[in-house]
Design a protein around this ligand. Structure first.
Ligand code: ZN
Ligand code: ZN
Ligand code: FE
Length: 762
């Protein structure tokens, strides 16, 4: 029998996910000798054995990797055979290995779950059980390399039994850095809002009972505190909303398992895969009527955000409570989520009745991620826990390290380094000092993890944003401003490896344009280093500026006045029934004189205004409130389209929706159903978009088209636009990077690198 040798290079997410121990086991089982080691880009295996055994080994490698591993690429070459006796895992702790060494947090695996449910196991009901296939990673890492002493597990000395598992290459806990058990690991306790320890024998059972009794419990999770309550109790949910000062924004719900999720909502195959994925994100799904959830969970919204337990603590709590639980971020309105015990007690004592805490520190704050299925495929809407800091490979490497500071709302930042981009965790709206501090800390930590000092700093053009101010205050770097929608399009290009040019469709609520006005309905021809604006929406007046974003009736009024040349039959619309004639007069004066009535082109503003008109809703209680309600009302069977016109007489084409507003108003006055009118509005935006894109293609040629911006979180709009663009060959939606502002930082980094490259070559 002749021996053969192969060197196999595996790329992707293969570190910190139990990959090497798994390779070790399948090599042993298959009679392969050799070694496996981590390197800068992934894992390298030198395998020796008979040809057939090596073939089998390769097949297993590529076909059934551990649950949390993602193989992006597997390549092999022949090497001289060695007569090694056995297969070994080579320790690799070289300084150069760092870029990929901290994996994202992973949901509890089925083996660990079985152990905590087994009364005879030494980890029965132990809430911090984990192994190489699962458990905390990013949220406990303080430094690199990702090794126990550099994590918040350093405070816990492994007992003999745990140490044995940790040292044994054939064990599932070989080098599982957070390995722990009831003897040696972190422990739970229950505290009163005053911080007094409560003498409750079983903290999880007691907390579950408190929840069933209607109390609000602050639960220390993986990346921060949650506020939990019984999701079926109107009283509890209403109390949580009142105390948290969150009027109407939907709250996420955690249920015990996939069957419980099915009972609450319509779960398709793609949704099921997302719910069960090791990232365990919140998945937006359509709620079933009469599903038992309190309507206060997501008032006026047919969608609900559902997730499954992702730590043993959650599994046990959900099982003991026997109820779906609201699990919302532990903060007051717009502050960052609380992470340490004293901070949580300080900030949440007015909200929670009981605190379920533990003594393992959270090193990095990381909110739950949010996803939904659009056109049959998953789209990440908020990319945080479970995804961060997984690198996003880029087709054009970063020649110099870039830090992109991200947008103002839903901020994330991004570090571009060599052949990957690293999007940071969700920070939130950079509107207060707490959030800015959280942003600065998270940036510093990521730079430290990657051991990099940025040479280029990218930022938004808006002079008033805190992220812009932060970028400008960083000394000794090249600063590059990137227009908001340019960044949106570039983020989709980076995600899909498109080098450009592309035709970008960027639809959102607002973004600082190059002319100092607010953009948001933009058709752009984008090469990464620059862009040309080929199409846009005719602007609408926002009487009162920011106030109009909340008082959406003002935008509806402007649209009607514009479409009916100042004489719309206002008295016949439900929306205007309860509005004061005086307020209407004031808004009209502002618009007529152009005083504090900036022009805006955001498609999101059209959704707000049409939603106000169709649903009779004058106020948007949170960003996207009325737009989401309009979307939720749409009847998907309705295919009608309203008229519109596109003025192509100048190089910047302009879409005029006044004909649509006239037809839509006539529909409403004739008593058409809200569902039909809403769907026709969606269909019109989709059809008009295709018109704008075709116009752009006549100027720029047929190019790949990308759809980006917060409006494309709207599944119906995205699906109808894809249909309308059917004759375009390549149309791209976002998948792994958020279409909304949470994805902007990646685009900023991509653009800044291209600008610097072009300047360098001049
Ligand atoms: Zn596990
Ligand atoms: Zn132990
Ligand atoms: Fe945006």
């Amino acid at each position: 029998m002749t021996l053969e040798g192969r060197r196999i290079a595996v790329r992707g997410v293969v570190q910190g996910v139990g990959f090497r121990p798994w390779v070790y086991r399948i090599a042993r089982a298959g009679g392969i000798s050799g070694r496996v080691s981590n390197d800068t880009a992934g894992v390298t295996i030198d395998a020796f054995g008979p040809t057939a055994a090596l073939d089998d080994f390769l097949t297993t490698l590529s076909s059934s990797p551990p649950p949390a591993a993602h193989i992006r690429d597997l390549a092999w070459e022949n090497i001289p055979a060695e007569t090694a006796r056995e297969f070994v895992i080579v320790g690799s702790r070289k300084a150069g290995d760092l870029a990929v060494s901290i994996p994202p947090d992973l949901a509890t695996c089925s083996d660990c779950l079985a152990e905590i449910l087994d009364p005879d196991d030494r980890r029965h009901r132990y809430p911090f059980t984990n192994c190489t296939n699962c458990g905390p990673r990013f949220t406990i890492a303080r430094e690199v390399p990702y090794d126990r002493p550099a994590t918040t597990m350093a405070a816990f000395l492994m007992c003999k039994a745990c140490r044995q598992e940790y040292d044994d290459p054939s064990n599932r806990r070989f080098h599982a850095q957070p390995n722990a058990c009831p003897v040696c690991g972190p422990k739970l306790s229950v505290l009163s809002p005053a911080g007094t320890p409560l003498d409750w024998p079983d903290p999880i059972r007691s907390a579950a009972r408190a929840l069933a009794d209607g109390l609000i419990v602050a639960v220390k999770g993986l990346g921060g505190f949650h506020l939990a309550c019984d999701a079926t109790s109107t009283l509890s949910v209403a109390r949580l909303r009142e105390r948290k000062r969150r009027e109407a924004k939907p709250l996420a719900v955690m249920v015990r398992g996939i069957n419980e999720a099915r009972a609450l909502a319509e779960i398709g195959e793609a949704e099921e895969r997302l719910l069960l994925s090791p990232e365990r994100p919140i998945v937006l799904v359509t709620r079933r009527p009469g599903c038992g959830l309190a309507p206060e969970v997501a008032p006026g919204n047919p969608l609900v955000g559902v997730m499954l337990p992702y730590t043993p603590l959650h599994h046990l709590l959900l099982a003991d409570a026997g109820l779906p639980l609201v699990m919302t971020s532990g903060n007051v309105s717009d502050e960052p989520i609380a992470t340490d015990n004293s901070e949580a007690l300080r900030r949440l004592s007015e909200i929670a009745d009981v605190f379920l805490v533990h003594d393992r520190e959270i090193a990095s704050r990381c909110d739950d991620s949010v996803t939904r299925v659009v056109a049959g495929r998953p789209v990440v809407l908020r990319r945080s826990r479970g995804f961060v800091p997984r690198p996003i490979p880029v087709a054009t490497p970063f020649e110099r390290p870039v830090l992109a500071c991200g947008p103002h709302l839903k901020n994330t930042f991004c570090v571009g380094l060599k052949d990957a981009a690293y999007l940071g965790p969700h920070i939130g709206d950079l509107e207060n000092l707490e959030t800015l501090t959280a942003f600065e800390e998270a940036v510093e930590r990521m730079l430290q993890f990657l051991r990099v000092t940025p040479e280029i700093v990218a930022h938004d053009l808006h002079p008033g944003y805190l992220s812009t101010a932060y970028a400008r205050s960083r000394p000794g770097v090249q600063k590059i401003g990137v227009q908001h929608h340019h960044a949106h399009v570039a983020s989709a290009m980076a995600e899909h490896g498109l080098k450009g040019p592309v035709i970008g469709v960027a639809y959102d609520g607002t973004g600082w344009g190059e002319d100092g006005t607010s953009w948001g309905g933009e058709i752009l021809l984008v090469r990464p280093e620059g862009f040309e604006r080929l199409g846009t929406f005719r602007p609408i007046a926002l009487a009162g500026g920011e106030t109009a974003i909340r008082e959406v009736w003002r935008i509806a009024l402007s649209l009607l006045d514009d479409a009916f040349e100042g004489r719309p039959p206002l008295e016949r619309f439900r929306l205007f029934e309860n509005l004061e004639p005086r307020d209407i007069a004031v808004v009209r004066r502002m618009t007529a004189r152009g005083v504090n009535a900036p022009a805006a082109r955001g498609v999101g503003r059209y959704f707000d205004a049409v939603g106000a008109l169709v649903l009779g809703r004058s106020i948007s209680r949170y960003e996207g409130d009325v737009a989401l309600a309009l979307n939720g009302a749409a009847d998907p069977a309705e295919r009608g389209v309203y008229p519109f016109s596109i003025d192509e007489s100048r190089s910047l084409a302009e879409l005029d929706l006044a004909p649509m507003i006239r037809a839509l108003a006539a529909d409403l006055l004739a008593g058409a159903a809200a569902g039909a009118v809403s769907a026709r509005f969606h269909n019109t935006i989709a059809r008009a978009t295709a018109g704008l894109v075709r116009g752009a293609a006549r100027q720029a040629g047929h190019l790949p088209v990308v759809l980006t911006g917060g409006c494309f979180q709207n599944a119906l709009l995205a699906e109808r636009t894809l249909e309308a663009l059917l004759e375009e060959e390549h149309v791209f939606l976002h998948h792994s990077v958020p279409p909304g502002d949470g994805g902007i930082a990646l685009g900023q980094a991509f653009v800044a690198a291209a600008v610097a490259r072009e300047e360098g070559s001049l």
